[in-house]
Ligand binder design. Structure first.
Ligand code: TYM
Length: 325
């Protein structure tokens, strides 16, 4: 039997090259070897206010992006979180064994709640419990994510172990899969911050659907550190970040990248990086346009059916062990 992977992304804002290099790229690679479930987490999206019509459209658009990135619906299951009500049901049970203290420690809650926990939504607070439910419902072995989700994965493991200890073996305890390179692509405008869908400064992110002109402008405007050589250097996070993007979009080793730019300055490097990123995204952008809404709906509906058959079995076991049913 193949091992199983589960991952997901929120249908909020536009996906950027950080989402692609940190997560989607690995989802595509791993679907060869694993039985994969890729979810569009629309229930997570409403933890911050969303315009209903925008959310609806973004949900279908994210399916388009999964497919264009190379997720094969014949092999992997693509579905919308809210189509499988077991996600919300298991969240309730797991929230009853979660502790306030452990959720208060989640850095993403502090970041997204902007430090004002009195005003933050309760959904934002319990968000990681919904994420744990997503993963645990599928008896997942491996969860490919970027660095920013690591803490949520640790909580997921803790909740699985706690439930298993208190009610008997029920959940598989999943392992995170965080790539060594690209797990935290930084903002082009501030290399101390991760590239983020919710960044108000749009120049910080290269969106997967940006046109060539916009990509080129953003790369040319990217901040650089002092120094002139094009090298990986921990003390120069801006150039290291740009070089990481170059490395992952050209599939070269770090040594090859450095050798390639030896004796060349930032100007030359940025011009070449812009060309590489434009060409890298071009076939993806062409594929995005190929999927009509009707075929997407059909893929998502068979995905939900398959997902539900597994999720309902896990929830049945949970209800039986807890004395609910
Ligand atoms: P989301 O939608 O914020 O991001 C989707 C994926 O992209 C990764 N990522 C990055 N990787 C590298 N560099 C960056 N700058 C960068 N920004 C984002 C994220 O780590 C993520 O893997 N809570 C999740 C969605 C989720 C989920 C799950 C994931 C819900 N349930 C179950 C895995 C398993 C989120 O908000 O991802």
């Amino acid at each position: 039997m193949k091992k199983r992977i589960f991952s997901g992304a929120q249908p909020t804002g536009q996906l950027h090259i950080g989402n692609y290099l940190g997560a989607l790229k690995n989802w595509v690679a791993l679907q060869e070897e694993y039985e994969a479930f890729y979810c569009i987490v629309n229930l997570h999206a409403i933890t911050l206010p969303q315009a209903p019509a925008t959310l609806k459209k973004a949900t279908l658009d994210l399916a388009r992006i999964y497919l264009a990135a190379g997720i094969d619906p014949e092999r992997s299951t693509i579905f919308i979180q809210s189509d499988v009500p077991e996600h919300a049901e298991l969240t309730w049970v797991l929230s009853c064994i979660s502790r306030m203290g452990e959720l208060e420690r989640m850095t993403q809650f502090k970041d997204k709640g902007k430090g004002n926990t009195e005003r933050a939504g309760v959904g934002l607070f319990t968000y990681p419990v919904l994420m744990a439910s997503d993963i645990l419902l599928y008896q997942t072995d491996l969860v490919p994510v970027g660095q920013d989700q690591k803490q949520h994965l640790e909580l997921t493991r803790d909740l699985a172990e706690r439930f298993n200890r208190d009610f008997g073996e029920t959940f598989k305890v999943p392992e995170p899969y965080i790539p060594k390179i690209g797990a935290s692509i930084k903002s082009l405008q501030d290399p101390e911050k991760k590239m983020s869908k919710s960044d108000e400064n749009l120049n910080g992110s290269i969106f997967l659907l940006d046109d060539p002109d916009t990509i080129t402008k953003k790369i040319k405007r990217a901040v650089t550190d002092s120094g002139t050589t094009v090298e990986f250097d921990e003390t120069r996070p801006a150039i290291s970040n740009l070089l990481t993007i170059f490395q992952l979009t050209t599939d070269r080793s770090p040594e090859e990248c450095v050798a390639h730019f030896e004796g060349k300055g930032y100007g030359h490097f940025k011009t070449e990086l812009a060309e590489v990123v434009v060409e890298f995204l071009r076939p993806f952008q062409e594929r995005v346009r190929q999927y009509d809404d009707e075929s997407l709906r059909s893929i998502l509906s068979s995905g939900a059916e398959k997902a539900r058959s597994i999720a309902s079995e896990t929830l049945r076991a949970v209800y039986s062990k807890t004395g609910i049913a």
